[in-house]
Design a protein around this ligand. Sequence first.
Ligand code: PLP
Length: 394
Amino acid sequence: SWTLAERVKALTPSTTLAITAKAKEMKSQGIDVIALGAGEPDFNTPEHIISSAYNSMQEGHTKYTPSGGLQQLKEAIAQKFKTDQGIEYKNSEIIVTSGAKHALFTLFQVLLNEGDEVIIPSPYWVSYPEQVKLAGGIPRFVEGKEENSYKITPEQLKEMITPTTKAVIINSPSNPTGMLYSESELKALGEVCIEHNLLVVSDEIYEKLVYGDHQHISIAQISEELKAQTIIINGVSKSHSMTGWRIGYAAGDETIIKAMTNLASHSTSNPTTTSQHGAVAAYKGTQVPVETMRKAFEERLNIVFEQLNAIPGFNCLKPQGAFYLYPNVMEASKLCGYDSVDSFAKALLEEAKVAVIPGSGFGTPQNIRLSYATSLNLLESAIERIHTFVQSKM
Ligand code: PLP
């Protein structure tokens, strides 16, 4: 058999995908599993986007595009930044990529030298540490405490900085916690970043999914100085329910974007042409479906949040954005006689027939993540199943 490269030997497979695969397998055996593991909206892509993409193919746009993306898509993205964040980017400061995930991957590849450190607040999205390691970097975790809504403080950030720290990742709204950093919190973190010359990688993929009075603020909006030190990562996957189209982007420093574009020219060539045409329609067309989907998520959240918290031993902070609930279930696991939340989550799948993602994959082993990107009916049944299961074990 072949000897694999050292760099992939250290890779941990995505826990999210592993659970989802197991749930699918159970389903295919005829077992009635409710899967709350999904990381994608349960709506189809809005019709006007689909027809624009279809028409673009009919019109002959079926060939390569520039590596960094179509000019008209970059312009639409620049316009979006102007409208939503009030910040301006030139086309040369934007790269379109095959999903936000690949924007991050490419960014770390062009940014990190062997041994460079990247500060990753936990709980974190599973791909950050792996992508940093693949680029030769070292992930440095700093725990966002539950009592601080799973967010890190400027003091914590400061303590983590060493001479080899290159960047910090901010993900607001957060996957998995659904929490948002406020303007004053971002300002305070930003001051530390400026003082220590840290690049801010601001993952804003859940920007459009915020609830109640909460508002999404980008750290790049705070000052020109911070904007110059920030690379924004975003995309249409979650906002326009386009996960399968694979269109994301990065915006920021021209030198970094140019290097990323160079790398893309040797790796992906360009993001799928048809998808880029769809993304142009997503940004230039009506935003009504975006708001309709957001409202649907908010309605579900408001209904199931109380039901979830009513389960004995479940302690959940109310999410402010994204589409995940992230309860601390240490107490419930103990009440049910499990020695870890991992085994509790395993039992939820095997016995209660509800698939959730254990928090260990996100760096906080006392939590589980439930996605509410599924119908209200299924959500309510799933929570009822979990409730009944916990009570039966107590
Ligand atoms: N960033 C976060 C925090 C995510 O949760 C996801 C998707 O799950 C992504 C980035 C990647 O999005 P995309 O589908 O555009 O690659």
